[in-house]
Design a protein around this ligand. Structure first.
Ligand code: HEC
Length: 117
């Protein structure tokens, strides 16, 4: 079971490398929607974004900045399961592991996060 999950993550991450997600405007919009929709990612409940005006961000998590410099694999891992990625307890839910966001939804969110300087 554990190995199966690991393989799933690995194949999801390698999928990122073949799809060029950066240049895709629609994907960025879709990701922003997931970020701000409370029945989806609801990332906005905890995260403000540096340099962007968003309506009513929470401050439970850090203000997101400089994510355009993060490798997409790192972003995927944090969204999939922040606890195992960072090796410490965090208030951030494991969106991938818990099944709250699908693989393609996470990829859309990453496309949006890559626009954050
Ligand atoms: C319940 C609050 C909460 C929600 C909802 C949440 N996060 Fe987080 N997030 C956190 C906290 C707390 C941290 C800091 C984790 C740590 O201790 O390293 C964090 C860290 C991060 C980081 C790493 C930032 C950095 O500078 O180290 C990213 C990227 C991130 N979150 C993205 C997201 C995305 C994308 C979503 C929505 C799919 C989301 N978060 C939803 C609380 C949340």
């Amino acid at each position: 079971m554990k190995v199966g999950k690991k393989l799933l993550v690995v194949s999801a991450i390698s999928g990122l490398l073949v799809t060029n997600i950066f240049a895709n405007e629609d994907l960025v919009k879709q990701g922003e929607k997931i970020f701000t929709t409370n029945t989806k990612g609801n990332c906005i409940a905890c995260h403000a974004i540096s340099g962007k005006t968003l309506d009513g961000p929470g401050s439970f998590g850090p203000t997101l900045s400089g994510l355009s410099y993060w490798p997409e694999e790192e972003l995927y891992k944090v969204i999939y399961d922040p606890y195992n990625t960072r090796g410490k307890i965090t208030a951030m839910p494991a969106f991938g592991k818990s099944g709250w966001l699908s693989d393609s939804e996470i990829k859309a969110v990453i496309a949006f996060l890559k626009t954050i300087n």
